[in-house]
Design a protein around this ligand. Structure first.
Ligand code: C2E
Ligand code: MG
Ligand code: MG
Ligand code: MG
Length: 287
């Protein structure tokens, strides 16, 4: 009887695995069609100067408007897109769409300095030999000033192949585009090593930032990162700022910029446009 039970369990398990494989395959098929069906959308999260509390730009974050599953988070499909190589055409779309949208906002608002947009690059895209041409093409096609574009890469994408990365980053810099290190502190590289690459800005990972107001050790880590970045002439953005207390701590540590739910969640393009307008209008509390 135990044996029969074992066998039954085994079959149940097999069905489970098959289901999982089926839904994965389904996801992959859907993902392949998503680009031509225009199901991807960009959301935009404001990045704010801590000193002036003014918006300086946005990070572009992809979403997938799935016909049945609703709005799908990038955490659910970027890994699969990387495995299948689909990240390259998707990433190219993101780049062009972000440049196009920012150009539109710049023409509508005439801010000085102009608004910026940062775009996430996966490690896979980073190993594409024609990445630099892709970036150049997006800029040329949309007419965006290269100085308004920033590319976000992770430490691990650089460290996977430091020599190629150094060449690639140098070429991107030559275009006039700035480079951000995303999720800083979660990789294994030291800032002293990273300084050998032409990095403009570090984004301190949310996991440090969201305990900066309650955990002295986290506070010291963030203080050290900011000081070292300052010494190296690199700017710092704190990711995932959720409370005014966190913002106060970051201000005291002389962090340059902040991004997080405290200011705004990622917004669709319409809401982001409204956010810009509102931040340009005379302060309500000044009346
Ligand atoms: P990321 O580049 O580190 O982006 C920041 C993530 O933190 C976003 O999640 C954002 O919504 C979230 N976030 C921002 N502020 C807060 C906060 O105050 N609290 C909390 N809890 N979360 C906050 P999202 O949009 O789900 O994106 C997740 C990741 O997916 C991104 O992390 C990035 O690695 C990847 N990703 C998003 N868009 C793209 C893309 O176009 N291309 C590529 N290759 N990756 C992308
Ligand atoms: Mg990012
Ligand atoms: Mg990040
Ligand atoms: Mg991340």
């Amino acid at each position: 009887q135990a044996k029969a039970l074992g066998k039954a369990r085994c079959e149940i398990f097999d069905v489970g695995v098959r289901l999982e494989a089926t839904s994965r395959l389904r996801l992959e098929t859907d993902l392949r069609l998503a680009l031509e069906r225009q199901e991807f959308k960009l959301y935009y999260q404001p990045i704010v100067s801590i000193a002036t509390q003014q918006i300086t730009g946005f990070e572009a974050l992809i979403r997938w408007q799935h016909p049945e599953n609703g709005l799908v988070s990038p955490l659910k499909f970027i890994a699969l897109a990387e495995e299948t190589g689909l990240i390259n055409p998707i990433g190219q779309w993101v780049l062009r769409e972000a440049c196009r949208q920012l150009c539109l906002w710049q023409a509508q608002t005439l801010m000085e300095p102009p608004l910026t947009v940062s775009v996430n690059l996966s490690a896979q895209q980073f190993s594409q030999p024609d990445l630099v041409e892709q970036v150049q093409q997006s800029l040329a096609e949309t007419g965006l000033d290269p100085r308004s574009l920033r590319l976000e890469i992770t430490e691990s994408a650089i460290m996977a192949n430091p020599e190629t990365a150094a060449r690639m980053l140098q070429q991107i810099k030559t275009l006039g585009v700035q480079l951000y290190i995303d999720d800083f502190g979660t990789g294994y590289s030291s800032l002293a090593y990273l300084h050998r690459f032409p990095i403009d800005t570090l984004k301190i990972d949310r996991s440090f930032v969201n305990r900066v107001d309650v955990d002295l050790e986290q506070l010291e880590i963030v203080r050290t990162i900011i000081q070292l970045a300052w010494n190296l002439g690199i700017n710092v953005i704190a990711e995932g700022v959720e409370t005014s207390k966190q913002l106060m701590q970051l201000k005291a540590l002389k962090c340059d910029y902040a991004q997080g739910f405290f200011f705004s969640k990622p917004l669709d393009s319409e809401a982001a446009g409204a956010f810009i307008k509102q931040s340009l209008s005379p302060q309500a509390d000044a009346i």
